[in-house]
Design a protein around this ligand. Structure first.
Ligand code: NAP
Length: 490
């Protein structure tokens, strides 16, 4: 007997993952789903990140759905607003908005083995709680969602405007103000140039210099847009080229770091041509191999740092006061706006959701010593639960959207197989997971990520539970034809 549910599927999050999943469910006639979104508008990363200079460092024609190519991208690398508009367009075109419940924050979810259903507890900003029962729970909560707030003594005493890049208030003005930016990763290099332009003075607090390649961002000429619009085959070929060339970079990261030598020279030239001061140049030169941390793209970051009204501070931060950041050697940098470009907790989104699976397994406990998944999509003891862009499936070299689409395809296949077998639940077999994680460890050991730099790619024990150590095409192969013996249906 089939147990009644409120919805056959619940998707958590309406970013690129959740929307791709919704479109696929709908296309397969599985219309009975709801999307729980904590905010009051569609979108994830590109709704949240509104800081000046925010854009995607992956070409727009690849950072978009393969089934919804967009001839109208304005430039090679799209700004955040344009990407968010694209997602909103997809939502309207595929009629997804009516499935979305806004102001719906998932507090916890518990699996009931008796009925093979999930009960999801949802809170609103008004403090009301309700539950939704579903057969299938799909987490599209985003890997880089929980801001990492550094533990800097005195940060809580800062009396000026304090923001993480992901909580930037678009109403903020920096004109005539002294501004500080802590962090020089992907977000840092994007926000520094516009802040340098507008602020009275900008101090950039760098702990580790990044490898920064020049970014050749060009507007698409009208005739190119017209061609893409008139000839979908030309647009598809353009994307296919981008996909193939971008995926080649993976070898340099995972198995043949020497391939990155030529790229390192380009980055060094990028630095040399923009920064003439040898002391500043030396402070900006990484002492670890390229690729160990994410390689950044910017043609205006180094010129911004070379400005007379910008200071690069490499002395470690000692503490923060009401109106200043003070370094270990006692230098006091007065600031009234302080921006934390300090990144995210990559598995935080999962840890903070109280997810209770079969046999009393809590996801946060099971992952205490590192995330344990199979292909980043399923986890042992969590039947009918699927993750999109989960652990070990982020990419440092090309568009994550390709991984999302592959994962959506895998979920659809597992749901179809569950139906075909007239089973109530599907879960990865627990014995499959150690082999998968051992493979990740083996491959990561040969990668540049383990060449000695510190960063969020590796967890506390130095293991990679974040990135996919292979090519997109390999991941697509493994998810397009899943080994059904790896899963148990019951
Ligand atoms: P991130 O790469 O983790 O960089 C964080 C920065 O903050 C690093 O420079 C780090 O220094 C510094 N930091 C952290 N804690 C600190 C502390 N206590 N004191 C001083 N400095 C500290 O974060 P992100 O720049 O936000 O980027 C995160 C990821 O988001 C990227 O890798 C990328 O996947 C994604 N992203 C993508 C785009 C895009 O265009 N596609 C744009 C933005 C972000 P250390 O290096 O020394 O740790």
């Amino acid at each position: 007997m089939s147990i009644p549910v409120d919805h056959e599927a619940v998707i958590v999050g309406s970013g690129f993952s959740g929307i791709a999943m919704a479109i696929a469910l709908k296309a397969a006639g599985r219309d009975d789903f709801t999307i729980l979104e904590k905010a009051d508008e569609i979108g994830g990363t590109w709704r949240e990140n509104r800081y000046p200079g925010c854009e995607c460092d992956v070409p727009a024609h690849l950072y978009s759905y393969s089934f919804e190519l967009n001839p109208y991208w304005s430039q090679t690398y799209a700004p955040a607003d344009e990407i968010q508009d694209y997602l909103l367009y997809c939502v309207e075109k595929y009629d997804i908005r009516r499935h979305v419940e806004f102001d719906a924050t998932v507090q916890d979810a518990a699996y009931d083995e008796e009925t093979a259903t999930w009960t999801v507890t949802v809170a609103s900003s008004w403090g009301t709680l309700r539950t939704i029962r579903t057969r299938t729970l799909i987490l599209g909560v985003g890997a880089l969602h929980e801001p990492h707030i550094p533990e800097i003594p005195g940060l809580e005493t800062f009396a000026g405007e304090l923001m993480h890049t992901a909580t930037w208030d678009p109403g903020t003005t920096v004109q005539r103000k002294h501004v500080g930016v802590i962090g020089t990763g992907s977000s840092g290099v994007q926000i520094v140039p516009p802040l340098a332009e507008d602020a009275a003075h900008l101090t950039v607090f760098q702990r580790t210099p990044a490898w920064v390649m020049p970014r050749h961002n060009k507007p698409y000429a009208d005739r190119v847009v017209d061609t893409f619009e008139a000839r979908p085959a030309a647009l598809a070929a353009h994307r296919a080229r981008l996909k193939a060339t971008s995926d080649l970079r993976e070898r340099g990261l995972t198995s043949a770091p020497r391939v990155l030598k030529a790229a390192s020279r380009l980055a060094t030239d990028n630095l040399r041509s923009a920064v003439k001061d040898p002391e500043l140049r030396s402070a900006l030169t990484p002492d670890y191999p390229m690729g160990c941390k994410r390689v950044l793209l910017s043609s205006d970051y180094y010129p911004a740092l070379a400005r007379p009204d910008v200071t690069l501070e490499t002395d470690p931060i000692d503490h923060v006061e009401r109106d200043a950041v003070v370094t270990a050697s006692g230098v006091r940098h007065p600031v009234t706006v302080l921006v934390l470009a300090t990144g995210f907790d990559p598995v935080g989104s999962y840890r903070y959701l109280g997810i209770k699976g079969a046999d009393g397994h809590l996801l946060s406990d099971d992952w205490d010593q590192g995330a344990t998944t199979y292909l980043g999509v399923t986890a042992p003891h969590f039947p009918n639960l699927f993750m999109l862009l989960g652990p070990n499936t982020l990419l440092g070299h090309t568009s994550d959207l390709q991984m999302i689409e592959a994962q959506v395809g895998l979920v659809m296949k597992l749901l179809a197989e569950r139906d075909r077998r007239q089973a109530r639940a599907v879960a990865v077999r627990p014995q499959v997971v150690p082999g998968f994680l051992a493979e990740i460890d083996r491959r990561t050991a040969k990668s540049v990520w383990q060449s000695g730099c510190a960063g969020w790619y590796l967890d506390r024990s130095g293991r990679n539970r974040t990135l996919w150590p292979g090519s997109v095409s390999e991941y697509e192969r493994r998810t397009t034809r899943p080994e059904m013996v790896d899963y148990e249906f019951g």
